[in-house]
Design a protein around this ligand. Sequence first.
Ligand SMILES: [Zn+2]
Length: 404
Amino acid sequence: MSAERKASSIAAYLEHRGKLSAHFASAEDLERLPIVLTKDDLRRNYPWGLLCVPKEHVHQYHESFGTTGVPIASPLTREDLEAYVEEILLTPFDLGGGDLVLVRFPYAISVPAHLFHRAAQARGAAVVAASSYSAISPPARVLRLVEQLGVTVLTCLPFEAVRLAHFARWQGYEPGKHFRTLRAVCTAGEVLGPAMRRYIESLWGAPVHQFYGSTEAGNVAYSCGRGSLHLAEPFFRATVVDEPARSARRDGRPGTLVLTTLRKEALPLLKYDTEDWATLNPAETCGCGDAHAVLEILGRRGEHYDFASRSGKDGKLRLLHTSVKEAMYELALERGTSPFFRCVRTDERLVIRLESEAPDPAAERWLEQRLGVDVELLSVRPGSLVDMASLSATELVQKPKYCH
Ligand SMILES: [Zn+2]
């Protein structure tokens, strides 16, 4: 986008800021607008440049870090925070009184821990504010809490659900025997494909409920009983636009997800480029009865590998990082391989280091067939990528003792 167009886009955004509501525009009106706001705009205006309310109306502040390391600010009014919680509560998951929800997201600076905490309490559940991995809350302590308190719901990043379950087994726990009260895992903060979801469900013996959102937008979508993500339509208008024309797609094919917030006050988002690659389809395509559109998040724009096509005929083959991750979890489900891996692309092939006791040529062939590229699967020592011993090494932090 030229500097001139960018300037006019920002001007359009500023003109409309603070005026967004459910009545702001019809879906058709919004579709005619170009992408107005980007993550770079938010970074350049950090922290207060796009604030649309008097600063004294800010009730809570969060921020997130992008890949550039420059934060994106998310100031929230009291009403914004309440709306973020309401977005979580659109879930059909029957969270309620009698539930004990352990929050394993970080409470520092980022927002999900606070939302799950408040949403659980709003439904009458009790909360164990465990936070993310720290000297105070190492995995061993969290597992003891889950077992001894009778935690019913675990909320965390998908990867943390995987790592914590493997740590539990490493410590001698059997989830079905020791965590009998656990009845659900709620995840957010990372793209969760069907294979990773099934893998987490197999580890914990409990269904996974997925939430998709961002610090600056709120909780954009929630999963239904069939595992589809449904758009939180009372709070967002969403379109998927194709690249590079950036026109709205109506054919259900993948494109960039563009969002407009309908109720945000402090920092409303107008035609906001999420940089997420997604599809958007009518609610009926799920068939669960939920009336909100079906959103599928495929990955982050720019997070992919390009390979020359194996057939050599039709140029390049694009492989999303999330597709590789899904394939590794399918492999783990089918062949019992470790979920701990690292990928790097060389000129000709995808090199995957996977924790395993011995080389696995059959798994390598399976991955080549599944991904359509040449794969070199390197076996690395168990514990070399995710070291259970170091996770267990953290001592509980004691309060200082001055008198003995
Ligand atoms: Zn559904």
